[in-house]
Design a protein around this ligand. Structure first.
Ligand SMILES: Nc1nc2c(ncn2[C@@H]2O[C@H](COP(=O)(O)OP(=O)(O)OP(=O)(O)O)[C@@H](O)[C@H]2O)c(=O)[nH]1
Ligand SMILES: [Mg+2]
Ligand SMILES: [Zn+2]
Length: 368
């Protein structure tokens, strides 16, 4: 690639997150004459890729092996052919992070929802009763992905008063150590500045149930109606899903946003580390148990049970922790350990580096 085309690539793709490290990873493909680009949408064997030559439609037959975690997905950086009919995606670059869930509780297959994400934003509607267990489950996968999780409590305008709102926020905070919890109202604009500041750098993915208000929030952040929002009568998970494909957009103030279709639920998929991070206060307490392998069931000298007795640790948290660990073990037992390790090796390592860099950049105010 000539220096002028390298600089035009960088000016066209920087708003989508292109950086020197991606350029380095891409260099072998550049010498083959392939174009770099980021996948903004995937559907049935085709994808849309934003490149320095605009958005190109490309066939994913080359990058569609039997393993669903190796399928190209929204957020991937790819090497695409400059022409051809069809034009093919030839490879994707190693992922820095990846958000994976199991497709259903019965099967143990992983499904990748978004790649190269820095902030995993879990949208939770305040219009319905909070389900803390579900939030914990989303957060386990978010931590596991290598991204920084954030909980956005949507539709704050529907909460009758400020005291109730602050109690709801506190309940979620108790279930989400180390995770910022931001109440917002896309309707009134409350809290949008806080979310805008978070998504203003790096790539963010919006996750959550159908009707949680993800697309409404995306539109509010974009300052225009790009995403289709469902009619009010269809809110909160009942009707059909409004957003059907994942869409990646560059935000006007910087940062990249991926909207996803609502998920009825997320099954854990090899998320033991993530579960540990969601329940970090329990893992901290466990360090003080008398027995190294304490199961916190009935052992003498158990610091976790002592914290439940004293009221320091809500019993619900301990139950939820056990439940998610058991569920994760079931999934892990059903999948091939070697394959899992091989697939994840790369983004785990890079995710750890990315997290450290992000934390350094963010400074102490971020930690909540
Ligand atoms: N009152 C109020 N309603 C909101 C707010 N944000 C979203 N809604 C409503 O919630 C409904 C669902 O919003 P969407 O943005 O389509 O939800 P979604 O999460 O993108 O849904 P899927 O695409 O199906 O996953 C719509 O009727 C919105 O108008 C808000 O801040 N306040
Ligand atoms: Mg939507
Ligand atoms: Zn114990």
């Amino acid at each position: 690639m000539t220096s002028s085309s390298a600089s035009s690539v960088s000016s066209a793709l920087a708003p989508y997150g292109w950086d020197d490290a991606w350029a380095d990873e891409f260099s072998p493909y550049a010498t083959e004459g392939l174009l770099p680009g980021r996948v903004i949408r995937v559907d049935r064997g085709q994808c849309d890729v934003v490149t320095a030559d605009g958005v190109l439609r490309a066939d994913t037959a080359f990058v569609t092996p039997h393993d669903p975690l190796r399928v190209v997905c929204t957020g991937d950086w790819v090497a695409v052919e400059p022409g051809g009919n069809p034009r093919y995606v030839r490879a994707y670059l190693p992922r820095r992070t990846a958000f994976v869930r199991s497709t259903s509780s019965k099967r143990s297959e992983g499904q990748i929802l978004a790649a190269n994400v820095d902030h995993a934003i879990v949208a939770v509607s305040l219009a319905v009763e909070l389900d803390l267990g579900r939030i914990e489950r989303f957060l386990a996968l978010a931590w596991e992905s290598g991204a920084q999780p954030v909980v956005v409590l949507t539709k704050a305008d529907l909460v009758p008063d400020a005291v109730t709102l602050s109690h709801l926020v506190q309940d979620v905070e108790t279930s989400a150590p180390g995770v910022p919890v931001v109440p917002v109202s896309a309707r009134d604009g409350d809290g949008l500045d806080v979310v805008a500041a978070i998504v203003g750098g790096g790539t963010s993915v919006l996750l959550g149930q159908s009707g949680a208000g993800k697309s409404t929030l995306a539109n509010a952040l974009l300052g225009e109606d790009v995403m289709t929002v469902q009619a009010a009568r269809d809110v909160d998970g009942k009707g059909r899903h409004t957003t059907t494909t994942r869409n990646l957009l560059a935000l006007p103030g910087g940062g990249v946003l991926i909207d996803t279709p609502g998920l009825r639920g997320v099954g854990l998929w090899d998320a033991e580390t993530g579960v540990g991070q969601v329940f970090s206060e329990i893992e901290d307490l466990a360090e003080r148990c008398r027995f190294h392998d304490c199961a916190h069931e009935a052992e003498p000298g158990c610091a976790v049970l002592a914290a439940v007795d004293s009221g320091e640790l809500p019993e619900r948290r301990l139950h939820s922790y056990r439940k998610l660990l058991r569920e994760n073990q079931r999934i892990v037992a059903k999948t091939d350990a070697r394959l899992r390790a091989e697939i994840r090796k790369d983004w785990k390592r890079k995710g750890a580096i990315g997290r450290a860099a992000m934390e350094a950049k963010r400074g102490p105010h971020w930690r909540s």
